[in-house]
Ligand binder design. Sequence first.
Ligand code: NI
Length: 160
Amino acid sequence: MIKSREVLVYGDPRLKQRAEEVEDPSSCADLAERMHALMEEYNGAGLAAVQIGDFRRVLVWKVGEEQGTLVNPRLELEGETEIGIEGCLSVPGMAGDVRRALRLRATGFDANGKEVDLEAEGLLARILQHEVDHLDGVLFVERAELGSLRPAPMTAVTGI
Ligand code: NI
């Protein structure tokens, strides 16, 4: 399948740039819509605006039938952690093991400017931590357990 190639890949200096707080979250509706469409196109489970070269603090996620948008996300991590496999749409063909908080509370706004307050655990908690890292210019390869980075076909690991 031919992809639209809109997602920046590892080595692009824009992926290291820190995204900026959004003054009016309701101004992000078009961006969020485009990000959801791209996430679907790439069969991903998460995407940060930085990954398409937009430096607003916006992320989208999809787990099963549930999906959401977070503008200006803030995460409160709980203490317990677990190591799990991660892949990234911006680091195609690679996987690694990353330690993340198992549970967290996420607050922010949706793309209509409505406040969001959600409790997440497991995969969703992992996705949100991975995407907020993107907004801070951090890639999962920098957090991966020593020696855990390995080649992985895109079909074997969900990109986030
Ligand atoms: Ni990623």
